[in-house]
Design a protein around this ligand. Structure first.
Ligand code: GLN
Length: 484
C-alpha cells in the first residue's frame, strides 16, 4: 500500500476500505525492512499501533475525524514527545526522556496524526549530511552510498523511502530544504515565528524553525496549517492569522507571476546538471506566463560567514545547559564538580558540536565581539534590506537548493568548511527569516535528485507552495518521475 498523497489515503480510510491499523502495520513493515538505512532512532511500534486502533474506533463511533486523521508521521529527534527519548542524535542526551510535548506535537495529535517514531539527524542539528550523528549516518534511498543531506536527513529519507508519509524537521540554515532536495521530497521552512519552537531543542534560536517534509505540496500545506500559529509558550511565535494554506496555494497563478532569479544563485562553479535542471524548470514557468526577472542580492558573499558567526554564538549559549548536572549524560570519571562538567561535555558532545561551541564562545568574547558578532549582525541587516528590496520587484525568488547533487558518505567529513558550503543557497533565507521551500525539480544524468528552492516574502508560504506545486506537477506530468 503506497499512497500518492494524504488525500488518497484519507479517502480510503474514511470510506472504510482500509483501517488505520493496516496502514500503520504497512509502514512499520517497511521501516523494519529498511533498518540498514538507519533512518529511525526510535520506532514507536506498540504505541503507533495502539493509536491507530484508537483512531479506527473513533471512526466506528461516528466521531469527526481530524484534519490529519491517520497520517503516519516521523518526528525529528530534537522535537519533544512526552515520555519518549529526545536524543538530538547526541550521546549527551542518549538517556534523556522528554517531560512535555512540543506545541507542534500537541497540534498534530489533536488532528489525529500518528507518530511512527523519532528520526535520525546531525547532532543538535549541526551538519549538512547527517554524518554528525551519534547513531551513525543515514543512507540516501536513491543511492545508499550517498548522504541524504542534513541535518534533517532522517526526516527526508523517511518520506522519500515511504517510511512515513510526512515528517517534521527543523531548519536553522537549510536543514529541511537541503535534505528535501537530496531526497526528492518537498521541504518547507516557514517564516521565522510562523511555527512555535516550544519543545524544539534550541540550536540558533533566532534562526530555528520547525518545518515540514512531505511527498507533495498539498500534504506540506495541510500539515503547515495544523502546526502554524501563535503559541503562548513561545513569545517569538507570530500572531499573524493562519490562512487556509491549501486554498491559498491553489489560488496562485503562474501566469503573470514575477520570479526573481538572483545572479548569485547561478555562479560559474555551480554543478552543471543542477544548473540545467533548475533552468529548465524556470523556462517552463516562463512559457506558462511567468516573468523571469534578473536580480542581485547584495551581501550574498558574506552569507556563510555571517551565518556561522551568529549561529555558533547562539549555540554556545544554548548548549551551556548540557552540563551533566541537569540533563542527560554525566561522566563517571570526576572527582569534583568542575571535572564533572568538563568530562561530561567532553565525552557527551561530538566533534562538530565542540567545534561550534568553541567558535561561538570565541566570537562572543569581549575582545572580539565587535569584530565578529556585531559585524555579522550588521550583515544580517544588509541581507534583510536586500531581500526586502527584491520583494518590492518580484513575487518569489528562485534558484537551486544545493550547489551540487547528493555527495558520497565520507566525501566531505574531513573538511568542515567544504561541508558548510553545502548551505550557500539555503542560509540567506534563514538570515532574513523568510519562508522558503525546496521542491523536486528533476534528476541529474546519474539519477540523483535535484531540488529547486523558492523563497517568499514574510508569511507568503501559500505563494511559494503554489508555485512549487505547479513546478512539481508540470515535470511529473512529462513522465520524468523516476521510480525509486
Ligand atoms: N547545515 C547547516 C549547519 O550545519 C544548517 C543546519 C540547520 O539548518 N539546522 O548549521
Amino acid at each position: 500500500m503506497i499512497f500518492s498523497s494524504y488525500k488518497h489515503l484519507r479517502n480510503k480510510l474514511l470510506e472504510r476500505e482500509i483501517t488505520c491499523e493496516s496502514v500503520v502495520r504497512d509502514y512499520l513493515g517497511r521501516i523494519q525492512q529498511n533498518r540498514h538505512r538507519n533512518v529511525y532512532i526510535a520506532v514507536f511500534e506498540k504505541e503507533a499501533l495502539e493509536r491507530a486502533r484508537e483512531l479506527d474506533r473513533k471512526l466506528e463511533n461516528g466521531e469527526r475525524p481530524g484534519r490529519l486523521f491517520g497520517l503516519p508521521m516521523a518526528i525529528k529527534d530534537n522535537i519533544a514527545i512526552e515520555g519518549f527519548g529526545l536524543t538530538c542524535a547526541s550521546a549527551i542526551l542518549s538517556n534523556y526522556t522528554a517531560v512535555y510535548h512540543a506545541t507542534v506535537v500537541d497540534r498534530l495529535l489533536a488532528e489525529d496524526a500518528v507518530f511512527l517514531g523519532k528520526v535520525n539527524m546531525d547532532e543538535f542539528a549541526m551538519g549538512s549530511s547527517n554524518e554528525n550523528s551519534a547513531f551513525g549516518p543515514v543512507l540516501n534511498p536513491f543511492d545508499e552510498k550517498r548522504v541524504p543531506g542534513g541535518s534533517s536527513g532522517g526526516s527526508a529519507a523517511s518520506v522519500a523511502g515511504d517510511l512515513a508519509m510526512a515528517a517534521l524537521g527543523s531548519d536553522t540554515g537549510g536543514s529541511v530544504r537541503q535534505p528535501a532536495g537530496f531526497c526528492n521530497v518537498v521541504g518547507l521552512k516557514p517564516t521565522y515565528g510562523r511555527v512555535s519552537r516550544y519543545g524544539l531543542v534550541a540550536f540558533g534560536s533566532s534562526f530555528d524553525q520547525i518545518g515540514v517534509l512531505a511527498g507533495n505540496c498539498d500534504d506540506a500545506a495541510l500539515v503547515l496549517g495544523v502546526i502554524a500559529g501563535k503559541d503562548q509558550f513561545d513569545t517569538t511565535s507570530s500572531g499573524h492569522a493562519v490562512p487556509d494554506y491549501p486554498a491559498e496555494m491553489k489560488s496562485v497563478s503562474v501566469d503573470g507571476l514575477k520570479i526573481g532569479v538572483p545572479r548569485e544563485y547561478f555562479p560559474e562553479t555551480l554543478h552543471g546538471t543542477v544548473a540545467s535542471v533548475v533552468k529548465k524548470r524556470l523556462d517552463e514557468l516562463q512559457e506558462a506566463g511567468a516573468e523571469l526577472v534578473d536580480i542581485t542580492l547584495p551581501g550574498s558573499d558574506y552569507a556563510i560567514a555571517a551565518y556561522y558567526i551568529l549561529t555558533t554564538a547562539e549555540a554556545s549559549s544554548n548548549l551551556a545547559r548540557f552540563d551533566g548536572a541537569r540533563y542527560g549524560y554525566r561522566s563517571e570519571k570526576a572527582d569534583n564538580l568542575s571535572e564533572m562538567y568538563v568530562n561530561s561535555r567532553t565525552e557527551g558532545f561530538g566533534s562538530e558540536v565542540k567545534r561550534r561551541i568553541m567558535l561561538g564562545t570565541y566570537v562572543l568574547s569581549a575582545g572580539y565581539y565587535d569584530t565578529y558578532y556585531k559585524k555579522a549582525q550588521q550583515v544580517r541587516r544588509v541581507f534583510l534590506n536586500s531581500y526586502k528590496e527584491a520583494f518590492d520587484r518580484v513575487d518569489v525568488i528562485a534558484g537551486p537548493t544545493s550547489p551540487f547533487p547528493p555527495f558520497g558518505i565520507g566525501d566531505k567529513t574531513e573538511d568542515p568548511l567544504e561541508m558548510y558550503l553545502a548551505d550557500v543557497f539555503t542560509v540567506p533565507a534563514s538570515i532574513a527569516g523568510m519562508p522558503a521551500v525546496s521542491v523536486p525539480a528533476g534528476f541529474d544524468d546519474t539519477g540523483l535528485p535535484v531540488g529547486l528552492q523558492l523563497i517568499g516574502d514574510f508569511f507568503r508560504e501559500g505563494t511559494i507552495l503554489g508555485v512549487a506545486r505547479s513546478i512539481q506537477e508540470a515535470w511529473q506530468n512529462q513522465g520524468e518521475l523516476q521510480e525509486k
